[in-house]
Design a protein around this ligand. Structure first.
Ligand code: AMP
Ligand code: GLY
Length: 421
């Protein structure tokens, strides 16, 4: 069969890498891909929803897999379904769990799903009055999609009022900040959970842990994620079962009850607190770089699983994960997540890396036969090993062969988890 993958980051390169291994797959198209996907699939020079729908009308494929959140929020899945093409991802109504934090919080409150206590506000003055009476730290979130930047942790009410003024008054996140969620600060270990969902049933992946801050020691601004490990040592089978039973399945049930059946990938960010796992946020898509580690561990044919979710037959689908450990260290452009330059030549990609290494491309493109940088997150160096330390040392060894002007990466991905295990 022919497949279209929508997106152009490391997540999408990892999808294509995995899909290539499926005996079901003939051709893979990527809208719009990167230099990594260009080497193993056909990149299409289109990225807008309208362009993708037009292309699908002329070039029907047997399956579409959506990567980024903005397409889901625009309702691309609903439109592709109308064309009669199988598509993996939730409808716009089901994806609201990601594109509106206030919707997600209300759903959790109604369904008694454990999460930080919260209030929502659309009026700046009322929000200001509220924060003057709270205990700190406190978390302020723009309700809409804000490129992963709409969350601010504040230490004092003066700081909180300033942040509210920026988000609600000055609209620094645009309309995403017309409504804000103000919530309790949760303490604990943060993990990423991914679950394949068919509307009713869910199959959880092994646990993973992302690193969001740009600098070592969790310093500096938040990024989209610049290093991931999986599974997370010390996260127990009991904790995973609790997350499934108290969070994932009740969420699917609550959405179904509202007529918003969730078929796709549900990714709750979870804080493991002293009083059990609590939801930090929901995503309605695969994580990035999480997907770059998960595709290294998934042994079952991805096509079979995607169809089982679409058809509602997940219960009958066997899903096998490798018992190895894996990591992904992201190499990013100097200056990211703020402004950075593009067009730097990447050296070392032709080195013959050992077999446990796979390098996924994110912000890359080809120019005059050379791979050059074309985004903030440039490459994801992934490695597998029989334990986490082994995977990490292989990835860091591979990085020594790669370079581009301004290249930066964290030297402490997985370090905390290794120390604790
Ligand atoms: P989000 O975009 O909602 O994932 O938030 C970005 C990051 O802010 C999360 O990955 C957490 O590290 C942190 N965060 C968000 N909400 C909370 C909370 N209620 N308590 C503590 N940390 C939080
Ligand atoms: N790695 C975080 C995300 O995909 O949202």
């Amino acid at each position: 069969m022919n497949i279209l993958v929508v997106g152009g980051g490391g997540r999408e390169h990892a999808f294509v890498w995995k899909l290539k291994q499926s005996p079901h797959v003939e051709k893979i198209f990527v809208a719009s891909g990167n230099a990594g996907t260009a080497g193993i699939a056909t990149n299409l020079p289109i990225s807008k929803t309208g362009e993708i729908l037009q292309w699908l009308q002329k070039n029907p494929v047997e399956l579409v897999l959506i990567g980024p959140d903005n397409y889901l929020a625009e309702g691309i899945v609903d439109s592709i379904q109308k064309l009669g093409i199988p598509v993996f991802g939730p409808t716009k109504a089901a994806a609201e769990i990601e594109w509106s934090k206030s919707f997600a919080k209300q759903l959790m409150r109604d369904a008694r799903i454990p999460t930080a206590s919260f209030e929502t506000f659309t009026d700046l003055e009322i929000a200001r009055t509220y924060v003057r009476k709270q205990v700190y730290p406190l978390v302020i979130k723009a309700s809409g999609l804000a490129f992963g930047k709409g969350v601010v942790i504040v230490e004092t009410s003066i700081e909180a009022e300033k942040v509210l003024e920026e988000i609600m008054g000055n609209k620094i996140f645009g309309s995403a900040g017309s409504e804000v969620v103000i919530e309790e600060f949760l303490q604990g270990t943060e993990i990423s959970i991914h679950a394949f969902c068919d509307g009713e049933d869910a199959v959880l992946f092994p646990s993973s842990q992302d690193h969001k801050r740009i600098f070592d020691g969790d310093k500096g601004p938040n990024t989209g994620g610049i290093g991931t490990i999986a599974p997370v040592p010390r996260v127990t089978a009991e904790q995973m079962q609790e997350i499934k039973n108290k969070i994932v399945l009740p969420t699917l049930a609550a959405l179904k009850e509202k007529g918003r059946e969730f078929k796709g990938l549900l990714y709750p960010g979870i804080m493991l607190t002293a009083s059990g796992p609590k939801v930090i946020e929901f995503n309605a898509r695969f994580g990035d770089p999480e997907t770059q580690v998960y595709m290294r561990l998934l042994e079952t044919d991805l096509v079979d699983i995607l169809f089982a979710c679409i058809k509602g037959t997940l219960q009958k689908q066997k899903i096998v994960w490798s018992n190895k450990f894996t990591c992904c260290v992201v190499l990013s452009s100097g200056g990211y997540p703020d402004s950075y330059q593009k067009g730097k030549v990447i050296k070392g990609l032709n080195h013959s890396f050992e077999k446990d290494i796979v390098i996924f491309h994110a912000g890359t493109t080809m120019k005059n036969g050379e791979v050059i940088t074309n985004g903030g997150r440039v490459l994801g160096v992934s490695a597998t090993g029989s334990n986490l330390s082994e995977a990490l040392s292989k990835a860091y060894d591979a990085i020594t062969y790669i370079s581009f002007e301004g290249m930066q990466y964290r030297k402490d991905i997985g370090a905390k988890a290794v120390k604790r295990s």
